[in-house]
Ligand binder design. Structure first.
Ligand code: ADP
Ligand code: MG
Length: 291
C-alpha cells in the first residue's frame, strides 16, 4: 500500500508544479545537502538578447547573417537570439548545409563552400581557425558580463557576438532559502567565468564553475558525490542530461515532464528557481511523516 503521507505529499507537489518520479526520488531529495544549478535557462531566463556585434572586417551585417545561417540548425537559446536579431534587421540569411551542433561549444555548418563555426574559441580552434584576432574583442565583451560567441569562416576569425541574459525572478531568493537550510549552492555553466561572475554576484552564489562542457558537468556531480555530498543537479536538460542522471537527484526545470522524468527524479513544471527549495522542503516533510 502507498503510505498516506506520500500520496498527500505528491498531491501537494503536483499542485505546486513539482512532479516526483517515485518514492526513492523523494527520499533522495530529502537528504540533499548540495545543489548545483545550471546557469543558462535555469538561473537565467535563457532568453539571451544580442546586444553587440564586433566584426573584425567592419561588416557586422555579414557577420550576423553568417552566424544566423548556421544557428538556424541549433535549438540553443543563443541560436534563437541570433536568428531573431538577423530576421529583425531584415537580413538575407544564406543557406547553410551540413549543420552540426556541438553541445556546450556551439554549431558548425557549411556556407558557400566554407565551414562556418559559431561558438566558443575552443570550437573555432578545432575547426582550424586562427583565433588570435578575436581574443581582444571577446575579452572586451565578456568583461561586461556578457555571454560571447566567436564566429569563423574557413580559417578566418570573423568577429564576436555578445548577449545579455537576465537572472530569473526568484533566483536570488531560491539561493538564499537553500543557503539558510545549510545547503551548499554551486553555479555550473558552460559560459565564461567573466560572463558568469556578475550573474552569480547578483543572485548571491559564491561558488561558480565556468567553462564547463557537458562532460565536465558530469564530472563535477561525480566529484561532489565522491566527497560524500548528497547532490541535486538542477538543469534545463539542454546539455546537462548526463549530469542530471548522475546526481543523487536530478531536477529538470521546465520543458516536457515525461522526457524529463526519464533522466531526472524530479521535474519542475514551471521554470521557477523557487520550486527547487520548495521541492526539497516538501521531500523532507513527506519523508519525515512516513518514518
Ligand atoms: P550553460 O551551461 O550556462 O547552460 P551552455 O552549455 O548551454 O551554457 O553553453 C555554453 C557555451 O557554449 C555558450 O556560452 C557558447 O559559447 C557555446 N554554445 C553552445 N551552443 C551554442 C550555439 N548554438 N551557438 C553559439 N554558441 C553556443
Ligand atoms: Mg543550459
Amino acid at each position: 500500500a502507498t503510505p498516506a503521507a506520500l500520496v498527500a505529499g505528491t498531491g501537494a507537489a503536483a499542485k505546486a508544479g513539482i512532479l516526483v518520479r517515485d518514492i526513492e526520488a523523494l527520499e533522495r531529495a530529502a537528504r540533499v545537502d548540495a545543489v548545483i544549478f545550471d546557469k543558462t535557462g535555469t538561473l537565467t531566463a535563457g532568453r539571451p538578447a544580442l546586444v553587440a556585434t564586433e566584426a573584425l572586417d567592419g561588416d557586422g551585417t555579414r557577420l550576423l547573417a553568417l552566424a544566423a545561417a548556421v544557428e538556424r540548425g541549433s535549438e540553443h537559446p543563443l541560436a534563437h537570439a541570433v536568428v531573431e536579431a538577423a530576421e529583425g534587421q531584415g537580413l538575407v540569411i544564406p543557406k547553410a548545409r551540413d549543420i552540426h551542433a556541438d553541445p556546450g561549444e556551439g554549431v558548425v555548418g557549411e556556407v558557400d563552400g566554407d565551414r562556418v563555426a559559431v561558438g566558443s574559441v575552443r570550437l573555432l580552434e578545432r575547426q582550424g581557425a586562427h583565433t588570435a584576432p578575436v581574443e581582444q574583442p571577446f575579452a572586451r565583451q565578456a568583461a561586461q558580463g556578457r555571454t560571447v560567441v566567436a564566429v569563423s569562416e574557413g580559417k578566418r576569425a570573423k568577429g564576436v557576438l555578445a548577449f545579455a541574459d537576465a537572472p530569473r525572478p526568484g533566483a536570488a531568493e531560491a539561493v538564499r532559502r537553500l543557503s539558510d537550510r545549510g545547503v551548499r549552492v554551486i553555479m555550473l555553466t558552460g559560459d565564461s567565468a567573466e560572463a558568469a561572475a556578475p550573474i552569480a554576484r547578483s543572485i548571491g552564489v559564491s561558488e561558480v564553475i565556468a567553462g564547463a562542457r557537458p562532460a565536465d558537468k558530469l564530472a563535477m556531480v561525480q566529484r561532489l558525490r565522491g566527497e560524500g555530498r548528497h547532490v541535486a543537479m538542477v538543469g534545463d536538460g539542454v546539455n546537462d542530461a548526463p549530469a542530471l542522471a548522475a546526481a543523487d537527484i536530478g531536477v529538470a526545470m521546465g520543458g516536457g515532464a515525461d522526457v524529463a522524468l526519464e533522466t531526472a527524479g524530479l521535474a519542475l513544471l514551471r521554470p521557477d528557481p523557487l520550486l527547487a527549495p520548495a521541492a526539497l522542503d516538501l521531500a523532507r516533510r513527506t519523508v519525515a511523516t512516513i518514518r
